[in-house]
Ligand binder design. Sequence first.
Ligand SMILES: Cc1cc2nc3c(=O)[nH]c(=O)nc-3n(C[C@H](O)[C@H](O)[C@H](O)COP(=O)(O)OP(=O)(O)OC[C@H]3O[C@@H](n4cnc5c(N)ncnc54)[C@H](O)[C@@H]3O)c2cc1C
Length: 442
Amino acid sequence: MTGNPLLAELARAPRLIPWRNWSGAQSCLPLARLAPKDLDELVQVVRQAPGKIRPVGSGHSFSALVPTDGTLLSLSFFSGLLDHDAATLQAEFAAGTPMSRMGAPLKAIGQALPNMADIDYQTLAGAIATSTHGTGVGFPSYSAQVRGLQLVTASGEVLDCDSNRHAEVFNAARVSLGALGVATRVRLQNRPAYRLRERQWIAKTEELLEDVAKNTRENQHWEMLVVTHSDYALSIALNETADPATPPTDPAQEGGNEFVSLIENLDKYVSDFPETRRVLLNNLRHFANFQDRVGDSYEIYANVRSVRFNEMEYSVPAEHGPACLREILKLIRDKDLRTWFPIEYRYVRADDIPLSMFEGRDSCSISVHQHYGMDHHNFFAAVEPIFWKYAGRPHWGKLHGLNARQLQALYPRWREFTQVREALDPTGKFLNAHLSSILGVA
Ligand SMILES: Cc1cc2nc3c(=O)[nH]c(=O)nc-3n(C[C@H](O)[C@H](O)[C@H](O)COP(=O)(O)OP(=O)(O)OC[C@H]3O[C@@H](n4cnc5c(N)ncnc54)[C@H](O)[C@@H]3O)c2cc1C
């Protein structure tokens, strides 16, 4: 091979390794994919990398936050529990720690996260970058639990930030979209370890909506998965308990996966017959058989999502949640929109972080999904104006069609974030095309 100069040249050329996100809708061919081993190496990379840099976590964002043709920077070597304080119940983790590897070490020190999202594949830094959340009117997003973080800025400076040190940077960096630098360590406010009981039942969506106040008051974490083209939803309630753990179940059977597969199959055969479909979907409830699960909190929150999809989620003021959902369901029915994935309906407490979807308002988060093999563009485009009507803010990690001008109007503290970004990264080292568009950088 070395005898041929062209082939020898090819062998010397840098090997480009493509990247794609979980759903497959986002991809890129970065010039380099780097995973520094420690802080010194990371600082060198940030100082010396030619062109743009995008930090990447587990690639579980649906939106184009990550793609770059420059350097894709993974913190996979920055993993694990670093420090903790038994008195304050705070713990510091390396920023690249997958959330799935946080529950057990936290339990060993008697701590737990107060709430969790419905999967735990995300990294800690990735999750807080987009204000990732679970459900519960009394519970804010992960970002609101952050008490301190370390950030490597575009100049290679290492900033230890909290409410006293670099307070403005800290506040903005709690939801950063990865646009302020690379987070290396994150300190979280936790609570004592606890067990949860999960109870699931199927009920009419309209009845669940009428009982929203009761469901959210009586359950610490309540949500529903609304079966589109039917009149029913799967209602899920998680509450703290001192009861002993139930025997472990097959993770593939949890989180409604079996139910989702049933609906998928049904859609294949009857989507051309809307009334038959509705009757069949409505009767699926007779086959449902849910057993309560009790276990460590982190085991109960996390689900396995075995069917891939794309997702759009908006958070509307909490009081508008029911009206917004009703309008979406009416549109899907009236226009017979092609979709079968359930709609997720959750509540999140307000916080004070400039770019958090929950800044200044208790919110109801509504997510619409489309199987990854089906076109999501037309479906999401049809639904999105309903979210706009209710002043919805799109989840930063999920698909949406807004640009900086529209987003700015939804975030009263927008300038607090953009000023910090301009000061930390005046040349836009941490931007890509999507971030330039949503942050309004030429
Ligand atoms: C199946 C599935 C279920 C989901 N469930 C939920 C849910 O229940 N609730 C919810 O709110 N969201 C949910 N999401 C969305 C997901 O939590 C967010 O998109 C999250 O940001 C993904 O984290 P990640 O580690 O995969 O990061 P990536 O998607 O890889 O990156 C996300 C952002 O983090 C930045 N980033 C990563 N590492 C760093 C770092 N070290 N420093 C600075 N910035 C960094 C990236 O640049 C990017 O801007 C779900 C997604 C999927 C695919």
